[in-house]
Design a protein around this ligand. Sequence first.
Ligand SMILES: [Zn+2]
Length: 219
Amino acid sequence: MRRPTLTFHGVGTPPRPLSPGEEGVWLSQSEFESALDAVLAESPVRLTFDDGNASDTAIALPALVRRGLTATFFIVTDRLDEPGFAAAADVPRLIAAGMDVGTHGNAHLDWRTLSVSVLRNEILTSRARLAALTQRTVDAASCPFGSYDRRVLKVLRECRFQRVYTSDGGWSAPTSWLQRRTTVTPTMTHTDVIELVTRPPTATEQTVLAVKQLAKKIR
Ligand SMILES: [Zn+2]
């Protein structure tokens, strides 16, 4: 049975100048809490956070814990301890609170633009750092900018990642290696988020999503 996965980025007053495109995915605390309340009743929803912002532990973690929710946090490891981003010491705190972590790369690069050796280094060094911080196996990755192609997926498979998260929209089976996600944006209302997590794509929508994803997988 397919289920939805939502992606969040930074939350609250931005503590640093935002990169191009970040304004479109950065939520106020009330927008974030409203989205969490929309998913509260829908247990099959999976929650993820990209980029390793300082708000992951400052705002998101307590809001999740209050609601009995868990999430996977995809960390950009070179940014740990940088101003506005999570501290390295925050990573074991996430695990201790029942959350999971995965890699979003060392430096938030577009993985399609990297040579195979640089890409392998980008994800393996990051994974090793997270494994050392968490004292556990790290086997999930999310693609920066949602960008991937056949070569990126081949490297991720060779590196034995168990789940790879995209930004392709739609729902995925829990057993699917490639997990579709939908980013929650400031323009979405509480009702929009409820619809995202309660209304599965129709057969026609599912076909369109599958064709789009296939085009990325084989390019
Ligand atoms: Zn990102």
